[in-house]
Ligand binder design. Structure first.
Ligand code: SF4
Length: 404
C-alpha cells in the first residue's frame, strides 16, 4: 500500500534506530504527545529498538482519555431524555461516566447513534424536526474545524433543534502544564502531526523558547516516529531547543488557514478540565456567545452536573507521563477493555489499551525499570507479535519488525 508500507520499511527502521544510537551520548526523556503515536510505539516495539539512554514518555494526547467524567455524566443525562437523538463517534460510547456509559443508555432505550461526521447530525436534525439532535463534540484541534462547520451550517439553515456538547481541548496548554509540573521529567517533545496540519507550527515556538525544550512535529508511522526521535535527540545533544517539522509531507508552518478561520468564527478559548489532571487555563474551546443557542449544556440545563474521578484509576498520572499503565494496580485485573475503569483502557488511542493489547504480561513493558533494558528471561516481545526471537539478545532487529 502506498504511503503506508514505505513508512514501515524494516531496513529504514534499522538504519534510523542505528542513527539514534549513534547520536545518543547521554540519557534523555522524550514525550510523544499523541495517543496514535503511543499505539505505534507499543505496537511496533519502537521503544525496544532505541538505545537504553532514551526513555519515551506517553503524553496526554488521547482526546477520549482526557474528556472529564462530568462531561460523560452530562452526555448520559442528555442522551437519556426521550426527545433527544444523541450522536457521537463510536469511541465515546464505552467511556465510563460516574454511574454508566452511553452504551448502557442505548441499551436502556436511549436514542444514541454513532455517526461519522458532525454533518451527519445536522442532517438528522433536518430530518427529525420534532426531536432534539445533539452531537458530542470531543477532541483536539483536529476535530474542531468540522464541528465548527456543523454549527455554522446549522445556523445558516436556521435549525433550532441542533446543538453540540463541547469538550474540545488544545495541545499547547497541556504541554505547558506538563512542563510546569514540579514532577516534570520531559526534556523534549514529539508534537502531534495531525494537530499541526490545522494549527501549523508557530504556536509551539514560545513553549520551546520559554522551557528550552526541543519540539519536533512528528507523524504516526514507525519511520516518522524514529526520525522524530532522532531529530529530537540531535537537538538535545547539541543544546538546541527549536521547533522542527518531521511531518513536512502534511504540515505547513501556517497550518490550514481556512480551517483555523472556521474554528475562530465559532469557538473561543476557555479554561477546560482534563480527566485525571484537572483544570488547565485556556486549554479548551467553547462556543462563542453568538452561537450560544447551539450549546447543549445550556439547552438541557446540565451545566450544574459535577463528578469525582474514580480513585482506583490513575489515568491522570499516566496521561502526564508520571506513571506507565503497568504501574496501575487495576491494570489487567480490575480494569480491562471489556470492563474499563478509565478512558485510557477504552480508547483506541489510550495508553492502557495499547499496553493491554501489545504488552500484557510483560512487566514494565519489556524494559527493566530504570535501566531501559529487557527483563531477563522474557526474550522481548511475544512470538507472533512481531517481536524479537529468543537468543538474539540486545536490541531489536529490523527483520523482526517486518513481522509486525
Ligand atoms: S489501567 Fe484502567 S484504572 Fe488503571 S490507569 Fe489505566 S484506565 Fe485507569
Amino acid at each position: 500500500m502506498r504511503y503506508l508500507t514505505e513508512y514501515r520499511d524494516p531496513e529504514q527502521v534499522k538504519k534510523l534506530a542505528e542513527a539514534v544510537r549513534a547520536a545518543t551520548a547521554r540519557p534523555w526523556r522524550i514525550m510523544e504527545i499523541c495517543g496514535g503515536q503511543t499505539h505505534a510505539i507499543i505496537r511496533f516495539g519502537l521503544d525496544e529498538l532505541l538505545p537504553r539512554e532514551i526513555t519515551l514518555i506517553h503524553g496526554p494526547g488521547c482526546p477520549v482519555c482526557v474528556t472529564p467524567v462530568e462531561i460523560l455524566d452530562k452526555a448520559v443525562a442528555i442522551a437519556a431524555r426521550p426527545e433527544a437523538i444523541f450522536c457521537s463517534f463510536g469511541d465515546m460510547l464505552r467511556v465510563p461516566g460516574t454511574a454508566k456509559d452511553l452504551f448502557t443508555v442505548k441499551s436502556e432505550g436511549g436514542d444514541v447513534r454513532v455517526v461519522y461526521s458532525p454533518m451527519d447530525a445536522v442532517a438528522l436534525a433536518q430530518q427529525n424536526p420534532r426531536r432534539e439532535v445533539v452531537f458530542f463534540a470531543v477532541g483536539f484541534e483536529t476535530t474542531a474545524p468540522a464541528n465548527a462547520m456543523a454549527v455554522a451550517e446549522a445556523a445558516r439553515l436556521g435549525l433550532n433543534n441542533f446543538s453540540i456538547l463541547v469538550s474540545h481541548v488544545l495541545v499547547p496548554p497541556a504541554m505547558r502544564a506538563v512542563l510546569s509540573s514540579p514532577q516534570n521529567r520531559v526534556q523534549g517533545f514529539l508534537a502531534a502531526g495531525h494537530v499541526c496540519t490545522i494549527t501549523g507550527t508557530e504556536e509551539y515556538k514560545p513553549l520551546a523558547d520559554e522551557f528550552r525544550v526541543p519540539i519536533v512535529v512528528t507523524g504516526f508511522e514507525p519511520l516518522d516516529i524514529l526520525q522524530g526521535v532522532l531529530m529530537c535527540v540531535r537537538q538535545l545533544e547539541s543544546g538546541r531547543h527549536e521547533v522542527e517539522n518531521q511531518y513536512a509531507r502534511s504540515v505547513r508552518p501556517e497550518g490550514n488557514r481556512v480551517a483555523r478561520k472556521q474554528v475562530e468564527e465559532v469557538f473561543e478559548c476557555i479554561p477546560r478540565k482534563w480527566r485525571g489532571i484537572g483544570e488547565i487555563p485556556s486549554s479548551g474551546l467553547g462556543l462563542r456567545a453568538r452561537y450560544a443557542a447551539f450549546d447543549a449544556e445550556r439547552r438541557f440545563a446540565v451545566s450544574h452536573i459535577a463528578a469525582e474521578e474514580s480513585s482506583a484509576c490513575i489515568a491522570g498520572e499516566v496521561l502526564q507521563g508520571h506513571k506507565k499503565p503497568h504501574d496501575c494496580p487495576a491494570f489487567g485485573i480490575h480494569c480491562t477493555p471489556d470492563k474499563p475503569l478509565g478512558a485510557p483502557m477504552v480508547s483506541s488511542e489510550g495508553a492502557c489499551a495499547a499496553y493491554y493489547r501489545y504488552r500484557r504480561g510483560k512487566g514494565e513493558g519489556g524494559r527493566r525499570k530504570g535501566e531501559g533494558g529487557r527483563r531477563k528471561g522474557e526474550g522481548g516481545r511475544r512470538k507472533g507479535e512481531g517481536g524479537r526471537r529468543k537468543g538474539e539478545g540486545g536490541r531489536g532487529k529490523a527483520e523482526d519488525f517486518a513481522g509486525s
